[in-house]
Write a protein that binds this ligand. Structure first.
Ligand SMILES: *Cc1c(COP(=O)(O)O)cnc(C)c1O
Length: 381
């Protein structure tokens, strides 16, 4: 949604060179044999699927993981040959596109194996699948105790080819004991699958948060990285903070008007804030219609002229009101930073997400279609 030529009122800047540097840094922090599965579902976490996938191809990702068929088709259009894994289950009428687009499917059930085998038979070449093991996430995957049986079914299906085996952690950032138990269950499954040739498969468990607990010598030979490649640490105090990734996205808007109101005036819908002093406020050109969650009302801060300004009252659909009493010279048109850097200041997405009672993953998915994405494409890496 670029309104070509019109001035920007609220926009996201995406630094593709930072994305590429992040991938290289993450790679360098892992053993050399570990392959990089770039998770780019949900429009590459709001960064733009096309631009993100193209740059990660350039940077050397080994496999792309997406949620939906339309996301997979968009990546496939960038070029033949790149391995693409669908992380979500397929609807029956979607099956045939596995062959058309040359995709790998996630398999959790015997019924799926039979369906994909039929697609492979009709297409005249086998369908690649990654066997997903439920080791305690309770979502997709075959329950670990039943996994060897499903593995045998895959091996016995002539038109399905096993390309990977994986699991997903439920609490990698705050429950080390349960994560260890999930790993143990996964390794037990691998040991129980007779004839499995792990070196020929993608064997993966870790997402961004799991990376720091990944054991050195183990059959794992790939990681699935989403959030971290966008320069966001899944949680503070992460060991991963030694990997100096940079935020790829910043979220910006501009000042619409500046005015001064007397002490005692109430601000915005519901009158949830009362001015405790005579206050100069700026009305920003963005609201929840752009991706500033209403939950951030009376809590969030923005940067104007490098200084932090507090949100006053409720965030509205198109406007947000901030206190600029202590910032000299604010004018209509000034840039206000919601997430990102300005002069000496910086607002992290983790902070923004706390103000909104959510997590960075959801914050990124909440930047709306109204917000144009501006790409910095410099090749400086
Ligand atoms: C989204 C997702 C990931 C990526 O997780 P991050 O925490 O963003 O790194 C990995 N694996 C699966 C199965 C996912 O759904």
């Amino acid at each position: 949604m670029r309104h070509s030529g019109l001035p920007l009122r609220c926009w996201a800047e995406i630094d593709l060179a930072a994305l590429e540097r992040n991938l290289r840094l993450i790679r360098a922090s892992l053993p050399a044999h570990i392959r990089y599965v770039a998770v780019i579902k949900a429009d590459a976490y709001g960064h733009g699927l096309h631009q993100t996938a193209a740059r990660l191809m350039h940077a050397g990702a080994d496999l792309f993981a997406v949620a939906t068929l339309s996301e997979a088709a968009a990546v496939r259009e960038l070029g033949p040959g790149w391995p693409i894994l669908l992380l979500s289950p397929l609807l029956p009428e979607e099956d045939r596109y596995l062959a058309d687009y040359d995709l790998a499917a996630t398999v959790s059930t015997a019924a799926e194996v039979a369906r994909f085998d039929a697609v492979g038979r009709a297409a005249g070449r086998p369908i690649a699948v990654h066997l997903k093991i439920d080791t305690g996430m309770g979502r997709l995957g075959v329950w670990h105790e039943h996994a060897p049986e499903l593995f045998r079914k895959i091996v016995a299906s002539a038109h399905v080819k096993l390309a990977g085996v994986f699991t997903h952690f439920a609490s990698p950032d705050d429950d080390a004991a349960f994560t260890a138990e999930q790993r143990r269950r996964f390794l037990a499954v691998l040991a129980a699958c007779e004839g499995i040739r792990l070196s020929e498969l993608f064997v993966h468990a870790d997402n961004s948060s799991g990376l720091e607990t990944m054991p050195g010598a183990s059959p794992f030979n790939a990681v699935r990285v989403g959030l971290l490649q966008f320069g966001i640490l899944p949680h503070p105090n992460s060991l991963l903070s030694q990997v100096h990734t940079e935020p790829v996205l910043s979220f910006r808007t501009r000042v619409g008007i500046v005015k001064t109101l007397p002490r005692g005036t109430t601000i915005s819908y519901g009158r949830t804030h009362t001015l405790a002093r005579e206050t100069t406020l700026a009305v920003l050109c963005a609201g929840y219609g752009d991706g500033i969650p209403r939950a951030a009302s009376n809590r969030a801060q923005v940067l104007i002229r490098g200084l932090r300004c507090s949100v006053l009252g409720r965030v509205t659909m198109d406007q947000t009101i901030v206190d600029v009493t202590d910032v000299a010279g604010v004018q209509c048109g000034d840039e206000a930073v919601l997430i990102g850097r300005q002069l000496g200041g910086e607002i992290f997405i983790t902070e923004f997400s706390r103000w909104a009672d959510t997590i960075p993953w959801e914050t990124l998915c909440s930047v709306t279609k109204r917000v144009p994405r501006l790409y910095r494409t410099a090749l400086g890496v």
